[in-house]
Design a protein around this ligand. Structure first.
Ligand code: ZN
Length: 406
């Protein structure tokens, strides 16, 4: 069984909207209350109360301090408490890993956040055009027959973004049949110039959604900064800005989904570079370009879609010089600059597009050989060939490849 989530827009009326906002309020209150409790214990170096203990306490509190919580489903604050647990766990993991910079202590949720949400579990059912939630009742789905009606539903998250309401339903579905196995291996070089260059020659341009809309975005931001805070016009300008952000993220997501679905559909094994996106984001010049392309999102989509379709994803180590190595003979050009768009080999005289060369190298990490290597017959090609058995063993064990030395 695998977990899948289906997100659909909701069509809600005013009454329903009030109910949903009440649930969001409950979740936010519970989260912030739990966070304050946990922070108090954390500062005093006492044992931090967990979600179950806090829920017991919250139930008592409902009778006296927060009776309005009875109007909403009890699973909304319950899940918020669980989320708070998770936020602390993640914080402790980051501390243990000794991540440089900020550790990201859990933050309080603000009413002013552009994205608001709550999660429910329990008696949830889906029909072709509506979803039934506990205490809220039936809500109309903007898209018919998208969420499967025959699966076990684990939870539903209702969220609000830029004036629109959405529900994301997490379901348990049986593993998809793996009869459509392909025998193609593809290496993919991710970049900023072209979003993805595949070893089979396909290239995918990135939509540059942000860059195109940057002028509009800057104008809207300026308009917002000129408005008096907490005035009505400020609220309006903020809403306009949020809509534009939403528009941009939709263009980006749509493009990424199309590309990743196509790649997953056509290939059995996908070899990617294990880019440290967070490290690249530290480079100020690259940061905007990278966040615009959505490299992280690309990788996330490839990983989960591969899981659904029974494909393999292989990662080459971030230090593997895929761009600097000749995909034909294995010669290494250590002087290759970021601006060199064409790779020229001094050993075998090959001229090839820089990104295509990198993607071919990535593919060879998995296949361990190519027609090019045999054709070259160069002494240095042995390295590439002898590398393959150990690589494959590692891959079988952990399903991730890390090559540190070459
Ligand atoms: Zn060469």
């Amino acid at each position: 069984m695998i977990l899948r989530a289906y997100k659909v827009q909701l069509s809600v009326n005013n009454k329903q909207q009030t109910l949903l906002l009440q649930h969001i309020g409950c979740a936010r209150w519970a989260y912030n209350w739990a966070l304050a409790k946990k922070k108090e214990s954390f500062d005093k170096k006492e044992k931090i109360p967990n979600a179950i203990e806090l829920h017991r306490e919250l139930n008592k509190l409902k009778q006296s301090d927060v009776p309005w919580m009875y109007n909403s489903s009890k699973t909304s604050p319950q899940n918020a408490l669980r989320d708070c647990d998770k936020a602390f766990q993640n914080f402790f993991t980051r501390c243990k890993k000794k991540v440089k910079g900020k550790k990201g202590f859990p933050k309080f949720k603000s009413k002013k956040n552009e994205k608001q949400s709550f999660r429910l579990d329990g008696a949830i059912s889906v029909e072709s055009d509506c979803i039934k939630l506990p205490r809220i009742g039936k809500l109309r789905l903007a898209e018919k027959d998208y969420i499967p009606t025959d699966c076990k539903i684990l939870s539903a998250t209702v969220s609000k973004r830029a004036d629109k309401w959405f529900v994301s339903v997490q379901v348990e579905t049986p593993d998809r049949e793996r009869s459509n196995e392909k025998n193609k291996v593809v290496g993919i070089d991710l970049g900023i110039k072209s979003l993805a260059t595949c070893s089979d020659g396909a290239t995918y341009e990135n939509p540059k959604a942000l860059k195109k809309n940057l002028k509009r975005l800057k104008r809207k931001q300026k308009q917002l900064s000129r408005k008096k805070k907490s005035s009505k016009n400020y609220g309006k300008a903020k809403q306009k800005l949020a809509k534009l952000y939403y528009h941009i993220s939709n263009i980006r997501k749509d493009c990424l989904h199309k590309i990743t679905s196509k790649i997953i559909d056509e290939n059995q094994v996908i070899v990617l570079e294990d880019l440290k996106v967070s490290n690249m984001m530290k480079n100020h010049c690259l940061a905007q370009a990278i966040s615009d392309v959505g490299l992280h999102e690309f990788r996330r989509q490839i990983e989960y879609k591969a899981k659904w379709s029974g494909r393999k994803v292989v990662f080459a180590d971030a230090f593997y010089p895929s761009s600097k190595t000749c995909s034909c003979c294995g010669w290494k050009n250590s002087d290759l600059k970021l601006t060199d768009r064409v790779f020229e080999c001094k050993m075998c005289d090959m001229k090839i597009d820089r990104d295509l060369n990198a993607s071919l190298n990535l593919k060879q990490i998995y296949t361990g050989s190519s027609s090019g290597i045999q054709a070259c017959g160069d002494g240095s090609s042995e390295k590439a060939i002898s590398l393959s058995p150990s690589v494959k063993q590692e891959f079988n064990k952990k399903s991730r490849v890390y090559i540190l030395k070459r």
